[in-house]
Design a binder for this molecule. Structure first.
Ligand code: ATP
Ligand code: MG
Length: 425
């Protein structure tokens, strides 16, 4: 027999037993971002490769080693999106959404990176992201961080720590870059292969290295905050004041960086120690230079992305109570008349109670086997219809979870009775 086909490594199916957790997460996130007036933007999964090369940067892990890139039938180089910001900026520019207006946007969906699959790191993973355009003050930075904090609170997550830093303006970062390069040159023998290459092209990225052998060297490097200019300091102080006022705790991490020139001022991450090495659940910051860099007018911008697989793992690690969506009612149908009549009765019930989740037994079966299915469905109530009930215009209502007497009801009173017992909305 042929071997059963398997999914691509690092790309996961989300099975029926898992999908209600995902829906709960997505619903909660959607509620929170809508509470701040953000609007959804839906973007293609494929873009021209050039977009990511230009926006994420040639000298990054993503572009150097992680992209799924291929030529399509016309010979155009396309890439499965590794993140959402580039597409979002492209769409906003293409459709004129950034002319004399601000935008508060969110997106969600799968991203693709060819990384080594492990816990919390997959080749297809999911993000929800926020992007705000046209606002240059620390107020929008704070609003977006408040929003992320509210998401953890809604989900009942406590073990998350906010780390912030300022990358300064591009001008102030030039001075820092020079100091960093001098330091790294003096310690060249301690650098790994990636870092040696980046010493030329993108030295700030070296601070972001995950190589444990380099951590001591990175710890001792010159620190960004010592090089900030007045404008950057003021912006950072403004953000800290707003976070303090809202009672949101944070740590300043001077080694938190983004390697590219169009990033500026605020960067932040939410981290947890509950997930091993893959501990960052949300990363974001200000990227005032990107729109101009891609050919638009100078436009301040701020955003973040949350990794949903890691967020879900964190929820599960904390034994959070994730609501599961079972049917409310299972309809047991015994006998030919009952099937004939019961299928239509079920339709009428669904019309009367639009929020009702009603599963009808299909495929016959004895009372015993139908009750087994009813129990397995997770429903709280069974409605039972045999040919006798059909003849009498009745239905029997039986609790599947409590030891209560069963009730015989006239069919037209069933909807009202269900409404009394459970909240179907
Ligand atoms: P890391 O340092 O863990 O590789 P990153 O800096 O590449 O993360 P971002 O590009 O900032 O990550 O993406 C934002 C978030 O998306 C991350 O904080 C993480 O939660 C999630 N994420 C990134 N890559 C993956 C992946 N391969 N699998 C699962 N989640 C991911
Ligand atoms: Mg990465």
């Amino acid at each position: 027999m042929a071997k059963t086909l398997q999914a691509v490594r690092g790309m996961n199916d989300i099975l029926p037993g898992e999908s209600s957790s995902w829906q709960y997460l997505e619903d909660t996130l959607r509620e929170v971002v809508h509470a701040y007036g953000y609007q959804e933007i839906r973007l293609p999964l494929l873009e021209k490769t050039e977009l990511f090369k230009r926006s994420i940067g040639e000298v990054t892990d993503i572009v150097e080693k992680e992209m799924y890139t291929f030529d399509d039938r016309n010979g155009d180089s396309l890439t499965l999106r590794p993140e959402g910001t580039a597409s979002c900026v492209r769409a906003c520019m293409q459709h004129g959404l950034l002319h004399n207006q601000v935008q508060r946007l969110w997106y969600a969906g799968p991203m693709f990176r060819h990384e080594r699959p492990q816990k919390g790191r997959y080749r297809q993973f999911h993000q929800i992201g926020i992007e705000a355009f046209g606002m240059d003050g620390p107020d929008i930075d704070a609003e977006i961080i408040f929003m992320s904090a509210r998401i953890w609170e809604r989900l009942g997550l406590r073990d998350t720590v906010l780390q912030i830093n300022s990358l300064g303006t591009p001008a102030s970062r030039e001075d820092y870059r020079a100091a960093l390069v001098t330091y790294l040159r003096a310690h060249e023998s301690g650098l790994d292969e990636d870092s040696l290459r980046r010493l030329q092209s993108n030295p700030l990225r070296i601070l972001d290295s995950k190589n444990p052998d380099m951590q001591a060297l990175i710890e001792a490097a010159p620190q960004l905050p010592d090089y900030l200019d007045d404008e950057s300091r003021l912006h950072f102080a403004g953000l800290c004041a707003l976070l303090d006022a809202a009672g949101i705790a944070y740590e300043v991490n001077p080694r938190l960086v983004r390697g590219l020139d169009y990033y500026s001022k605020t960067v932040f991450e939410w981290v947890t120690d509950q997930l091993g090495a893959q501990g960052t659940i949300c990363a974001g910051g200000r990227y005032d230079g990107l729109v101009e860099y891609l050919g638009g007018k100078p436009t301040p911008a701020f955003g973040f992305a949350i990794g949903l697989e890691r967020l879900l793992a964190l929820l599960e690690a904390g034994n959070a109570k994730i609501p599961v969506s079972h049917p409310h009612v299972y309809l047991v149908l015994n006998g030919q008349q009952a099937v004939q009549h019961g299928m239509v009765f079920a339709e009428q019930l669904r019309s009367t109670l639009p929020g009702l989740r009603l599963q009808t037994n299909c495929g016959n079966g004895s009372f015993k086997s139908q009750f087994k299915r009813a129990d397995r469905s997770g429903a709280g109530i069974a409605l039972v219809m045999g040919d006798d009930e059909v003849a009498a215009g009745n239905v029997v209502l039986k609790s599947l979870r409590h030891e209560t007497e069963q009730e015989t009801l006239s069919q037209q009173h069933v909807a009202a009775r269900i409404n009394e017992i459970i909240d179907v909305n």
